[in-house]
Design a protein around this ligand. Structure first.
Ligand code: KIV
Ligand code: ZN
Length: 391
């Protein structure tokens, strides 16, 4: 793998599916996994096999179906979890076991009622046991975001000694600021013995709206895998949004960080996930929201009609959206009305436009948004209608 390549680890079907009320059945999961494979993700986290017979079956079916991506199953640092995950992954062309344990003092004291040395031993034992089933073992240090860096480095060293190929550094509670998360990755890169044998992975939650920024800081500081979900869905405020990190790296080529994602599929897969889960994506969601390429104020519309790049940094086609939308509201100007009128078959002169625009404003004050039928009606009821259709 070249040093500029960032692996995209999709966890829509595991962390993403932890959204309350959004359970998917096995068939739906297989359909999404196939699309993720076509999209070009490098790893699909298909589920947590020990958690239920349904999850086991989903991981097994996804393992049979996926052709290119690595298929991954989550476990705790518990032998039975690992054994069950290995069993569920047995048909995968490229299986990965993702095992780990909480490393912050809060997790060690309250969750495990244990101590730091014991946690290191459990981490080592879990990775060693997972290695007895598969070559590719990812270790997560849960709540790494709130774990002090010296201790985290010692846990990572133990995981590498046991054979971990990937070290996941989750900001489980979405607590870190971008510069802190970046510094954590840099610290591990510089202080963990044997770090060259493993890839560092970012897994950031969005409790403070920083998941995407933190993941980008992570890769700028040396991580080479990002864990993310379609539409940023996931526990509480969600995970890093796949479409956001991918487009950030694509829009900033000087970072020299690439992914294998076929970006033209992003909008379609966003719709598939939101329809399957019954969660509607917020209209202003970056990249895939309904308004991500819609322009509504007169000043912006005039600029975009003259040259799309005045107010758009991404060509909508690059992410699978057919075209930018010029939305007609009472805030729209003449340029937008002329543009939309032309699209439905009316070429207006300047004087005709002045007349139709006055009529449009009366309509638009009564209605939130003017559609194509309304445009016909506005033109048909304007004083210059006969003149327009006879030219
Ligand atoms: O957020 C987290 O810490 C996780 C781990 C289980 C990887 O999802
Ligand atoms: Zn998580």
């Amino acid at each position: 793998m070249s040093n500029s390549q960032v692996q995209i680890f999709d966890t829509t079907l595991r962390d993403g599916e932890q959204v309350p009320g959004c359970k998917l059945n096995t068939e739906q999961k297989v359909v999404i996994a196939e699309q993720l494979d076509f999209l070009g993700v490098d790893i699909i986290e298909a589920g947590f096999p020990v958690s239920s017979p349904g999850d086991f079956k989903s991981v097994e079916e996804i393992s049979k179906t996926v052709k290119n991506a690595t298929v991954c199953g989550l476990t705790r640092s518990v032998e039975n979890d690992i054994k069950v995950a290995a069993e569920a992954l047995k048909y995968a062309k490229k299986p990965r076991i993702h095992t780990g344990i909480g490393t912050s003092d809060s997790h060690i004291i309250h969750k495990f009622k244990s101590n730091r040395e014991d946690i290191i031993q459990r981490a080592y034992a879990a990775v060693s046991y997972a290695k007895s089933f598969v070559e590719d073992v990812e270790f997560y240090a849960e709540d790494a975001g709130r774990t002090d860096n010296d201790y985290l480095a010692r846990v990572c060293e133990a995981a590498i000694k046991a054979g971990a190929t990937v070290l996941n550094i989750p900001d489980t509670t979405g607590y870190c600021l971008p510069h802190e998360y970046g510094a954590k990755i840099k610290y591990l890169k510089e202080n963990v013995k044997g770090i060259e044998k493993a890839i560092l992975s970012c897994h950031c939650h969005n409790d403070l709206g920083l998941a995407t920024a933190n993941s980008i800081e992570g890769v700028i500081n040396g991580a080479r895998q990002i864990e993310c979900t379609i539409n940023g869905i996931g526990e509480r405020a969600g995970n890093t949004a796949l479409e956001e990190v991918v487009m950030i790296l694509k829009q900033h080529p000087y970072l020299n960080l690439d992914t294998n994602i076929q970006t033209e599929m992003l909008y379609g897969i966003s719709q598939l996930v939101s329809d399957s889960m019954g969660i509607y994506t917020q209209p202003n969601k970056a990249i895939v929201g309904a308004n991500a390429f819609a322009h509504s104020s007169g000043i912006h519309q005039d600029g975009v009609i003259k040259n799309r790049e005045t107010y758009e940094i991404i060509d909508p086609k690059e992410v699978g959206v057919t075209e930018s939308a010029i939305v007609l509201t009472a805030r729209s100007g003449r340029a937008a009305l002329a543009y939309r009128a032309k699209n439905v078959g009316y070429e207006l002169t300047k004087l005709q436009l002045d007349e139709v625009y006055a009529n449009f404003l009366t309509f638009a004050d009564k209605k939130k948004e003017i559609n194509d039928n309304d445009i016909h009606q506005i033109i048909e009821t304007s004083k210059v209608y006969q003149q327009i259709i006879s030219t």
